[in-house]
Design a binder for this molecule. Structure first.
Ligand code: GLU
Length: 311
């Protein structure tokens, strides 16, 4: 069996925003959406949106369409059709079959409790098993761990060996695909050349690079944006009850997000952000003007390098 992943030929910059629909967009996710959008557009590239809906227990009904309507309200218009991971299971199934054929994965029925009792890092207990009867996860036999990578913003990043070298999960015990597998398969097939996302995803990057290596696919470059936090160690997230973005005040939220990126938003836009608009078309034009201004200003040199910023 050949590798069932199509590697497209290069066609210029392609970036993406890939939210999990666990709730509506909040300021933290606006940072990832806007940062990836501005980076793509400043390179005259394409900006794609993918809904990472492979984990139903963590999802909220209707969140995907709320996210898409917020992006539209904020003038963040995507190129090409939105891809939904929930519609790509056949693809992940084929890749799983290929991995099995390569002998690259093995079944593991260890419980979280057993792994925690051994220090929390999986030690390869089941490596030699080819069959287990009970519900089990499938783990990658991680023969060639990738210990570091280059972040365009922060330079070389080295990840703890035990994390990079762990035989991580590809297919979960509950039957769901692991994020690591789906994200790599999709980023490859969508021809993503650069991944711009929040700094909470720095660590898993090395696992994703291990998969790129296994698939012999070209790797994207990476930019990790600072996380917006409500206090140190508490990034804005659904779990931390971050409020949904106010779609009625897109200019105000956009101005705040641009200032988060250290951009000196001109006074005129700040004044407009506090205006009550009666004409939706005027609001749309002003959003476009602000975004076009930001695309012109966008530069990695002035972006904050912190891993988190309290807002
Ligand atoms: N879907 C992931 C999330 O919302 C992000 C995926 C990615 O950008 O790689 O946390």
């Amino acid at each position: 069996m050949n590798l069932p992943i199509t590697i497209p030929s290069p066609s210029g910059y392609r970036g993406r925003f890939a939210p999990s629909p666990s709730g509506p967009l909040h300021f933290g996710s606006l940072i990832a959406a806007l940062g990836s959008f501005l980076q793509a557009k400043s390179q005259q590239g394409k900006w794609l949106v993918r809904i990472d809906d492979i984990d139903p227990p963590r999802e909220q009904a209707g969140a995907a369409s709320l996210i898409l309507s917020s992006l539209e309200a904020f003038g963040l218009h995507w190129d090409e059709s939105v891809v939904y991971q929930s519609q790509r299971h056949h693809q992940y199934d084929e890749v799983l079959t290929w991995l099995k054929q390569q002998g690259a994965i093995y079944p593991c029925d260890c419980t979280r409790k057993q792994i925690m009792a051994k220090g929390g890092v999986y030690d390869g207990t089941c490596k030699s098993k080819t069959y287990v009867s009970s519900p089990h996860a499938l783990r990658l036999n991680n023969k060639h761990p990738v210990p570091h990578f280059y972040d365009q913003l922060r330079g070389n990043i080295t990840i703890a060996h035990e994390f990079a070298a762990e035989d991580f999960i590809i297919h979960r015990k509950d039957g769901l695909y692991a994020y690591q597998l789906a994200v790599v398969v999709d980023d490859i097939e969508q021809g993503i050349t650069e991944v711009v996302r929040g700094a909470d995803l720095i660590e898993p990057t090395v696992r994703q690079l291990t998969l790129y290596q296994l698939f012999n696919a070209p790797t994207p470059s990476y930019i990790y944006l600072p996380l917006a936090s409500q206090k140190v160690g508490f990034k804005l997230s659904k779990q931390n009850h971050a409020p949904a973005l106010n779609n009625q005040q897109p200019l105000l939220e956009l101005v705040k997000a641009l200032q988060f990126f250290n951009l000196m938003v001109p006074k005129e836009f700040i004044a407009l952000a506090h205006t009550n608009y009666s004409a939706p078309s005027k609001l749309k034009n002003d959003i476009n003007d602000l975004l076009n201004w930001a695309i012109g200003q966008w530069s990695l040199d002035t972006l904050p390098k912190d891993k988190e910023i309290v807002v």
